[in-house]
Design a protein around this ligand. Sequence first.
Ligand code: COA
Length: 374
Amino acid sequence: MFTPAITGTGVFTPSQTITNAELVAAFNAYADKTNAENAKAIAAGEMEPLAHSSEEFILKASGIEQRYVMDKSGVLNPEVMHPLLRQRGDDEPSIMAEMALDAAKKALAQAGKTVADVDTVICAASNMERAYPALAIEIQDLLGIKGFAFDMNVACSSATFGIQAAADMVRSGSIRSALVVNPEICSGHLEWRDRDCHFIFGDVATATLIERSEDATGAYFEILSTRCATSFSNNIRNNNGYLRRSRPDGVEDRRDMQFMQNGRKVFKEVLPMVSQHIAEHMEAEGVSNTDLKRLWLHQANKTMNDFIGKKVLGRTPEAGEQPNILQDYANTSSAGSIIAFSKYSDDLSAGDLGLICSFGAGYSVGSVILRRVS
Ligand code: COA
């Protein structure tokens, strides 16, 4: 048996941002336009007018101040209200692969490794831009990695489930190392025309290199333990899929072809599930809350993270103990906890313990307990 370790991480951040002010102005213009176009139906009581969105609500309800996106022009155009991405030819790198590639190269550079040191690529994300061939195999090819690659989707928990799969393979000796990449174009499945959720998501890609600890060339994080759990729920759901055209109104512009959630229920049900999951994982590993130096949580909602941080540590976390990046990135699905880890882990000292935890649709929750080794 070998000891798996995280030796490098990387983050690809898109160049375009949308502030809450820009987002709300575009949504309100769309709402006014829609209401004007449907004035008769609204007057006849056949349709509810769309209400305006508000910057104050968004900040208070979520903690989000802005989000990075691959295209803001379409999202902010009241005639479009979704990203506009160039159709790439089949012989060009796909957009998710390109994002993942950037993050993967940064992870390799941080670990002081080259593609020759990597055996496996796992593309773990909430959405794949095509059915097949697997994105991971394209990323493997673009990087020039031998071995094998595969895609996996556990929505917002994809990264931690991917880390568990990679760590288990490294531990057993079937591979020496794996790159787990999480390219997330959440702007593509977000319903920007729905004020209840239009502020939630952003785009990003992250990468994590998992190797045998004996192969690390610099400081690294030993993976002490991973734990994954799932429990079926319809409270976060998207009905888009390959059977779409086979259904009577399947190709219509249907609301359920984009992200849908019952936010209040998610809040109420996921919080106890996650808090209990982390507590049981820590107990099983003999890790007490006074041992934990840092929590890198899924980045969906500030209030949720404050609650979980307090529950896990048994007190209000000190500044920096439970870093949030959601104010800048919004919810980037599987990538959120890895962005937080990548940006806020270098300062830990040898022996310090930390925990990555992601959670979301499924429901799903995954946690990784790490120890810093210098
Ligand atoms: N601007 C202004 N008002 C808004 C609004 C907007 N953009 N969106 C909703 N509102 C209104 C609602 O219509 C509602 O009005 P009502 O009380 O008159 O019915 C009110 O604000 C409260 O809405 P609600 O949806 O109950 O807000 P909330 O406090 O639950 O916050 C979320 C909404 C989505 C931020 C919150 O539920 C959440 O984060 N849930 C967990 C989400 C999550 O983690 N999802 C995982 C995704 S992978």
